[in-house]
Ligand binder design. Structure first.
Ligand code: RIB
Ligand code: CA
Length: 317
């Protein structure tokens, strides 16, 4: 089995937490570090949550604290994660702390090392792109150390979830998203167009809780908080499995279909700030470097998460 070296940049965040807990149990992923960014909640909260989740999973992965505000706009925080950012999930205060190095400096050092060793890494982005964009602006040479950026964000044929047009991660830092999409890096995006097709329903919550062993109570509290209860918008009960879908794509890309495009981010209009637009047919004559994931086999994704969460069933000594 090939093991992919990954750095996960995130803003936990209920769905970030679910994604991390699943990723920790995937043997195909060598998660070298977690970098944290302002997003769903202020940085000190997303950092605390990342430390708590690594301790819940008993995964001593180094956590680096990153940017506390977007590149240009005022900070924007999420509405569905609760004040503490993990919904109804209550975890002990973290015993561990963030690494001394700033997340941006870590990303620059690690990507430069990967480039020098000709063993590029995958950046897995689950929140606003402030950390990654800042690293790219300070050190554009790091692109040689990046195999691919896989991110949850954007909305193409779907309407936005935070404004009429924009998805949260791109609206929370549209200038950072613009910096990333201007690179000719291989990028895979999982936008609302696909995440809205994978709804974490109450039935899925029961099934995943039943197999998750020692983390069942925490996982249940996270997932139960995620129910939007908006059948009209989503076609079913439950909440869209945004960030965990990035992990599913990394592990089983064959469960998904995608379309190549060049992606642009709206920066000038108050109404459409953060809107992502795809050039599907090469009209702008720029490299079509982005795979926009639009199709998914949702039931196979849930079966994968059942298998991953069942790894938390501790084998009797
Ligand atoms: O729009 C969904 C995205 O915004 C997810 O990453 C969620 O965690 C929030 O950050
Ligand atoms: Ca997130």
């Amino acid at each position: 089995m090939t093991c992919r070296s990954v750095v996960i940049d995130c803003d936990p965040g209920i769905d970030d937490a679910i994604a991390l807990l699943a990723a920790f149990k995937a043997p195909e992923l060598n998660i070298e570090a977690i970098t944290v960014v302002n997003g769903n909640r202020p940085l000190e909260t997303t950092l605390r949550n990342a430390l708590q989740i690594t301790e819940l999973a008993k995964c001593p992965i180094p956590v680096f604290s990153g940017c506390w505000q977007p590149l240009v706009r005022d900070p924007l925080h999420g509405r569905f994660h609760g004040e503490q950012g993990l919904g109804a999930c209550q975890l002990p205060a973290p015993a561990s702390s963030a690494q001394e190095l700033h997340a941006v400096d870590y990303l620059i050092q690690r990507c430069r090392q990967a480039g020098a060793e000709q063993s590029p890494i995958t950046l897995c982005c689950l929140g606003p792109l402030t950390n990654v964009a800042t690293a790219l602006m300070i050190a554009p040479d790091i692109v040689t150390g990046i195999e691919r950026v896989v991110l949850m964000g954007g909305a193409y044929r779907e309407s936005g979830n935070t404004s009429l047009y924009a998805e949260f991660n791109t609206l929370a830092d549209p200038h950072a998203a613009d910096v990333l999409f201007r690179q000719n890096l291989p990028i895979t995006v999982l936008p609302l167009d696909v995440t809205h097709k994978v709804m974490l329903t109450p039935e899925h919550v029961d099934a995943l809780t039943a197999v998750a062993g020692r983390i069942s109570p925490a996982l249940n509290a996270l997932m139960a908080s995620w129910d939007r209860n908006d059948v009209r918008r989503y076609g079913s009960r439950g909440g869209p499995l945004h960030d965990p879908l990035v992990i599913a794509w990394l592990l089983r890309p064959e469960f998904f279909t995608s379309e190549k495009a060049r992606v642009y981010v709206e920066l000038d209009s108050r109404e459409t700030l953060g809107r992502t637009t795809a050039d599907w047919y090469g009209k702008t004559q720029q490299p079509q470097n982005v795979n926009v994931v639009t199709g998914v086999n949702a039931e196979k994704v849930f079966a994968l998460f059942c298998q991953l969460f069942s790894q938390y069933q501790e084998v009797e000594e």
